[in-house]
Design a protein around this ligand. Sequence first.
Ligand code: NAD
Length: 376
Amino acid sequence: MKIAVLKETSEGERRVAATPETVKKYIALGATVSVETGAGDAAAIADADYAAMGATVGPRADALKDADAILAVQGPDAASIAGAKPGAYVIAALDPFRQRERIDGYASAGLSALAMEFMPRITRAQSMDILSSQSNLSGYKAVLDGAAEYGRAFPMMMTAAGTVSAARVFVMGVGVAGLQAIATARRLGAQVSATDVRSATKEQIESLGAKAIFVQDVKGIEGEGAGGYATEMSDEYKAAQAALVSSHIAKQDIVITTALIPGRPAPRLISDAQIASMRPGSVIVDLAVEQGGNVEGAVAGQVVERHGVKIVGHRNVPSRLAYDASALFSRNLYNFLSAFWDKEKAAPVLPEDDEIVKGITLTRGGKIVHERLLAA
Ligand code: NAD
């Protein structure tokens, strides 16, 4: 089994899909690994570090030649991997709904495309879940990005010259990113509150020492659907949530929004009028900006100012912590491949009817096979 590791070509993408640590592990399983020159540069990993673990390092064409699996963070353009062996796996975050043409290209080239972001949320697959590993880092970085834009301190400080009061941080959406944002803001000494539509998060918020801000006594309050994800809420709930948030948000210094609903645009949580109610100098970080945004006026890739409030909308936040994000992403890929490893063949064997394999396989044998893509 030959594994190729590509250098990313998407704008602003600094991560890499294998680190020297995972290269060593693949080789220990009996694979050979070929890394494209400079693949780790943007994540501060040198070609020599890969070579020291036993990988060959060279141009893309050499890495791709006879490769059985092609690893990347974001799906490569089909043209850029022309010449790859038919039947080879392309394993990456493939963004299937927005990159349909690219996925069709993989199918025509006879490649087996595996979309890692479609990993089912089952216990067995937890260590393979790129959405979790990358969201965790995003939640952390969102707080640091907010703190960097905020012209005041986070912790309460009692000094000889007087007391500095603690920053008030409000986290909206308490999934993986939100929980990490709460923990990070607490570590920095902020007074933290948080909200979500899934009532199960209330206990998690409180166990991290933050205050839970929840809509009470409204129908459909559970908010939890398939796979533990959120569902779209009733109009009654949305109105109650907006009223609750309006009174709370005016007293906050930093707001971090992370709310997503699978398969739908991100829910709008903060209106322009609510932004206007905040104190000048406050900061909002919208982690959902690339999915349509939780915050009115947020712009992907920019920090904008509205009513004296800064709205931070960085794209690809995990890539801003490229080294750690690469390490976790690489382990997710390794955990997936090694779980299906056949020692005798020194290659993974992926049974078509396995829940994980079925969940992530987009193309096989020249065709689109994933039901969500066939239905789209
Ligand atoms: P996500 O990224 O899809 O969404 C972020 C959060 O936004 C969620 O908590 C969601 O409930 C919340 N949200 C949606 N609409 C909202 C609204 N209108 N107002 C406020 N909040 C709103 O979520 P996620 O980080 O992927 O986590 C979803 C769940 O999946 C969690 O329970 C998590 O623990 C679970 N999970 C399970 C596994 C596994 O078993 N393998 C892996 C990862 C996450």
